[in-house]
Design a protein around this ligand. Structure first.
Ligand SMILES: *Cc1c(COP(=O)(O)O)cnc(C)c1O
Length: 404
């Protein structure tokens, strides 16, 4: 991910070459970055060897899941579709955990039939439903129970999940009463306490707070949890100079927690594994000049990358070929979709662009293609995996015939 002779390269391939060969918009992923992220993640927590279940909703490309499986990671899924994709990618069911507040009977049935590692239940109703299904199958089902620790993750409101007003998990009081309920059940085995307080978390402090809540709740429950699932949420740097999550301090807090609680740890990282591996290559269709700013109208929009429209997320935009001439006007990068929120960012300083130029939107590996849609009847972009000097098509560009 560097400029060589002013051309942007993803590993051994220039973005110019990709745009010429595969057209735009194109999602590209760097294999090297993916590998690095997984190795780093494992290293951060190597002293207690956690089970790592990749959050499939962050990117559910089957071929990427295959690569992730090769590094030994499991999967955290939130629907039957994701579960099937994880299986298709070769991920063993004994490494799959199933989260989510609204699992249907069909989904619970499927998960139980497949003997997945854990169903992370999020309500009393769900537990009763799991128990009912387990009973008809005469099975004992392993579950996790998701606690809502009422911890502010200090991230965007839209991606906070661990505050008491959020729909996720159960309150401490409900948690304790459910532990007692499950103790008496012949068909459910409570194997795990799970939490996930939010996404794009950049401070270790919410995690420390969360662990203190866990400590307290576990003590009160007088239950020995074989596993503690701490969820994901580790943030990445979308903008230069943005602060970084201090993994060392998070690791220290967990080690302290483990001295008191002899459990195995599960993580469910998504963004921190796949986020910075992805690049969205796009072409400037038109430049519309106005008095106050110039609209750079791209051939990609909120249908391909929804994060900016959905929660005002910022992604770095860089030119495919670097030039040292800067624009005098302000640039607003927008998509072709008929929505005002279809814009990526407004920049006061950018190199001068002309129509048909190629630009790259960075760090789109997580919640990029997985949140994409066919809105405005637009086919989804091609997805490419770059491995050194090799380009592998991991998902073909959708054809208009596919969606009409
Ligand atoms: C979305 C989600 C994750 C992954 O979050 P990241 O911020 O991408 O690491 C993990 N666990 C659960 C339950 C989730 O809903």
């Amino acid at each position: 991910m560097i400029y060589k002779k002013n051309r942007f390269y993803i590993e051994g391939i220039s973005s110019e070459k990709i745009s010429k060969k595969f057209g735009t918009p194109a999602y590209c992923y760097s294999y090297k970055k993916l590998k690095e992220n997984i190795i780093n993640f494992k290293n951060f927590f190597k002293s207690f060897k956690p089970m790592i279940c990749f959050s499939v909703k962050s990117n559910s490309n089957v071929n990427l899941l295959r690569e992730i499986n090769k590094f030994g990671l499991g999967a955290d899924v939130v629907s039957i579709g994701e579960l099937m994709k994880a299986q298709k990618a070769g991920i063993n069911v004994n490494k799959i955990v199933f989260s989510g507040v609204g699992k249907t009977t069909k989904e619970i049935n499927y998960a139980i039939n497949k003997n997945i590692f854990l169903i992370n239940a999020e309500s009393k109703s769900e537990i009763i439903e799991i128990e009912k299904i387990a009973k008809t199958k005469k099975k004992i089902v392993n579950i996790g129970l998701r606690l809502n620790p009422n911890t502010n993750p200090q991230t965007l409101n839209q991606i906070s999940t661990g505050k008491k007003e959020n729909k996720f998990g159960v309150s401490e009081k409900t948690f304790l009463s459910l532990v007692d309920y499950i103790r008496k059940s012949n068909f459910i085995n409570l194997k795990c306490l799970s939490v996930h307080i939010g996404s794009q978390i950049l401070s270790h402090q919410p995690y420390e707070k969360m662990l203190r809540v866990l400590d307290r709740v576990i003590k009160k429950s007088r239950y020995r949890f074989e596993y503690i699932d701490l969820g994901g949420g580790m943030g990445i740097s979308y903008e230069n100079n943005l602060k970084k999550l201090n993994y060392k301090k998070y690791n220290i807090a967990i080690k302290k927690f483990l001295k008191v609680n002899k459990s195995k740890i599960i993580f469910e990282p998504g963004r921190s594994i796949i986020g910075n591996t992805g690049f969205l290559i796009s072409k400037v269709i038109f430049i519309k000049e106005t008095k106050s700013k110039n609209f750079i109208i791209l051939d990609t929009g909120m249908n391909d990358l929804m994060r900016p429209a959905l929660y005002n997320a910022k992604h770095k935009i860089i030119p495919s070929i670097k030039k040292n001439i800067f624009s005098k006007s302000k640039y607003e990068f927008v998509g072709p979709i008929c929505e005002t929120t279809d814009k990526f960012s407004t920049l006061t300083k950018f190199q001068k662009l002309k129509e048909k130029d190629i630009i790259i939107i960075c760090d789109v590996g997580a919640y990029g293609i997985s949140l994409s849609s066919n809105y405005n009847v637009r086919p989804k972009p091609v997805e490419l995996l770059i491995k050194g000097s090799k380009i592998i098509i991991i998902k073909k560009r959708e054809k208009l015939e596919d969606i009409i």
